[in-house]
Design a protein around this ligand. Sequence first.
Ligand code: NDP
Length: 284
Amino acid sequence: MTVPTDLYAVIGHPVAHSRSPAIHAAFAAATGQALRYERVQAPLDGFAQTLADFAEQGGRGCNVTVPFKFEAFEAAAERSERAELAGAVNTLKRDGDRWLADNTDGVGLVRDIVTNAGVPLAGQRVLLIGAGGAGAGVLGPLLTEGPVQLVLANRSLDKAQALTAGHAALARRHGVDLLASGLEAPGTGFDVVLNATASSLGGGEIPVPATVLRPGALALDLMYGPAARPFLAWAARHGAIGRDGLGMLVEQAAESFAWWRGVRPPTAGVLATLRAEVDATQGH
Ligand code: NDP
């Protein structure tokens, strides 16, 4: 007799590069949970159908990645407060015949900064660059940490303004001076600088002047692997402490896993293994 295992997946396009199956397999092994976690590539115009098929196969939950985080938002019958604020969803959980939604990117990033890197956000000046899906997902959880100021800088200023307007009440509740800016002059001497743009992907220029960094600032690119290298080198050249997005990746996955399974997996070992794999592919 075979023991039934619950089915999970990451849905995206492309999705072949995703490390989520390995991360969730490691979490399942560490917590003794019986589950299967697959990669599912949805056609660009076929997210809703792919999600319906996945439910039909008995899918219990899924992560959703580029470019479907906004469609996942629409597909959900109920959303967490942070998913509502973000307008984007990276985690779905099956509940009877409907999907519940959350966005765990922001809490994953916060946990990597505060717990793994040991850098507090409370009372700090934070620059968040990028108002796309990732920027939208992390803004709320960053604000709830109570930085004294958070500047959201984006190439298209109107997107940054829309996002800060949507988060104004939350910022007020946590005593944060929340501002929108373009990329040319977002301010100087920040304690924490977060790159949530896709500029690293194209090997593009660092999108802001180096004066945004105070000496010893934490400079974190949400990207990881070779794509994060130019940003990390830029941070080191200008006296900041560079960090990539691998810790965030593992921590957001842990948050999804905990929501699905009701048990929080340990993350340190998984992050160390992943770090070694990524470094090996970079020729270290
Ligand atoms: P989106 O496509 O939704 O947004 C892209 C953002 O990048 C926009 O703010 C856009 O500005 C900006 N941008 C793109 N090209 C440039 C450029 N050349 N110069 C300046 N700004 C630019 O992408 P996402 O927000 O979903 O993803 C952003 C990054 O975050 C990706 O690299 C992704 O891999 C990473 N990520 C990492 C995660 C992790 O767990 N580590 C989780 C989620 C995302 P504009 O609005 O003006 O177009």
